[in-house]
Ligand binder design. Structure first.
Ligand SMILES: *Cc1c(COP(=O)(O)O)cnc(C)c1O
Length: 452
């Protein structure tokens, strides 16, 4: 029997088990997403705004293939957890949600990133998808599509309260208001919302960040006043991301937009661990080892000889590389060289006869694989080809030695968001607890081969 360092999968049926076996044959790594965790995270976020009776609604942000978790399953789990809105950056994902069977009777959808001169506003309006407007050409394009279609566009006016990305600046807002008022009167657009995005995840320990968030809130309120004075008061105001949903109730307004919290992570490890916020990471990334072999002392490992074995040891190949989205910056070096300095690589939990151990990427991450130095004899450790190892999981406490996406982010010099969203779709996404979380009609929308 091969060793397994990952939490056991709670299969829903024999078919689920067979699906997992098929996925292992298809690819030597799997991303297992716990839909119960996604649902419960969303429930928790809904509770944070006062529950389902609260005047504040919650949007599940499912952009970028639901932060790599799979657009449709994550969206359905978010709805099961009480989200009444879904949000995507790119419009094609908003359209995809409708096409995959999440109708307008079910939830509102907002989308916000586009090239105003070529976006499919006609399709968006036709599919009852709310659109953001944050530029004058954007307003014109939305209006033209709505006129053509003979159906008003539901718009959310994006204001730049300090992020410096999308949205109208205070100086540019007068011209926008003039257009919006006229189009509203004409019935071409319905002004639904006013919104903006915060530049920093709440860091209560950094006074400079607290102050800049406060300035953004003040600016946001100032924009609202100007809309009211122009006779187009926004019905739905929204500003809060995950961080503000968790700990800034004064800016929950009518809707909050958590993303990373849905997937079980806090926005910034400086805030603490997910469990501190009642969140549970939903994804675990596992792989089955390739070649395991003994190597002598002083043997170079991987490209560039950035890692030399310090003793006679065994190495194991993890068949995931940067073409899978494993960051090359998570490589591990044990000697200094012309182009690198020593540092540990990304962590991997490996089961041994002596219990679970965490080993680190040794040498450079390659395109399709990386190498672990097992610091000992594989035979003595009981580690062999085919064993299942865990790159990251829910982070079950110290004693489990279970790495999280935050640990990988630290090793790669990035944030957990990028760790998930970079995972390529050649890694099968498989869903645990799907029949428990989804009703029969939603379950039927999933790829049956992805249900565990
Ligand atoms: C991504 C995004 C969010 C969600 O942010 P999190 O930090 O993941 O909660 C909210 N609003 C907008 C506009 C976004 O782009």
């Amino acid at each position: 029997m091969s060793m397994n360092a990952a939490p056991d999968i709670d299969f829903s049926s024999e078919q689920g088990k067979a699906n997992y076996e098929a996925a292992r044959r298809q690819y030597p790594a799997q991303a297992i997403v716990d839909l119960r965790a996604l649902r419960d995270n969303m429930r928790h976020l809904v509770d944070m705004v006062g529950g389902s009776d609260s005047p504040t609604a919650v949007m599940g942000v499912v952009k970028a293939d639901a932060y790599g978790h799979g657009l449709l399953p994550a969206a359905l789990a978010a709805l099961a957890g009480g989200a009444t809105w879904l949000g995507t950056a790119q419009s094609h994902e908003a359209l995809l949600l409708r096409r995959l069977g999440i109708g307008a009777d079910r939830c509102r959808i907002l989308t916000w990133v586009y090239n105003g001169t070529a976006a499919p506003f006609d399709e968006l309006i036709d599919n009852d998808i709310d659109v953001s407007v944050g530029s004058l050409p954007g307003i014109d394009a939305v209006a033209a599509a709505a006129r053509e279609l003979g159906k008003p566009a539901r718009v959310h006016v994006k204001v730049d309260s300090g992020f410096g990305r999308n949205g109208f600046t205070p100086e540019g807002f007068e011209a926008a208001l003039a257009k919006l008022v006229a189009l509203g009167k004409e019935g071409t657009i319905e002004i639904v919302g006013q919104w903006s995005h915060l530049a920093v995840a709440d860091s209560p320990d950094v006074p400079e960040f607290v102050a800049s968030t406060q300035r953004q809130i003040d600016n946001f309120n100032e924009f609202t006043k100007r809309m009211e004075q122009a006779g187009i008061p926004p019905k739905i105001r929204h500003l809060a991301n995950t961080a503000a949903t968790l700990d800034r109730p004064e800016i929950h307004f009518d809707l909050t937009r958590p993303g990373i919290g849905l997937y079980g992570y806090e926005p910034d490890p400086a805030m603490g661990t997910p469990s501190k916020y009642g969140l549970k990471p939903a994804m675990r990334l596992v792989a089955q080892l390739g070649t395991v072999k003994g190597v002598e002392v002083g043997h170079g490992i991987s490209y560039g000889r950035t890692y030399l074995t310090e003793e006679g040891t065994s190495t194991a190949i993890v068949p995931l590389g940067y073409a899978d989205g494993i960051h090359r910056s998570a490589s591990g070096f044990n000697i200094d060289g012309a182009k690198h300095v020593s540092k540990p690589g990304g962590p991997v939990r490996v089961m041994t006869k002596q219990g679970p151990k965490v080993f680190h990427v040794s040498g450079r991450v390659c395109m399709d694989q990386f190498i672990l130095d097992l610091h000992g004899s594989a035979a003595e450790l009981g580690v062999a080809e085919g064993d299942t190892v865990l790159l990251f999981g829910p982070g079950r406490g110290e004693e489990f030695g279970e790495p999280t996406a935050d640990d990988w982010a630290r090793a790669a010099g990035t944030i957990s968001y990028e760790v998930f969203t970079c995972l390529r779709n050649r890694i099968p996404r498989l869903y645990e607890h799907a029949p428990e979380v989804l009703d029969a009609s939603d379950l039927a929308k999933l790829d049956p081969a992805s249900v565990l």
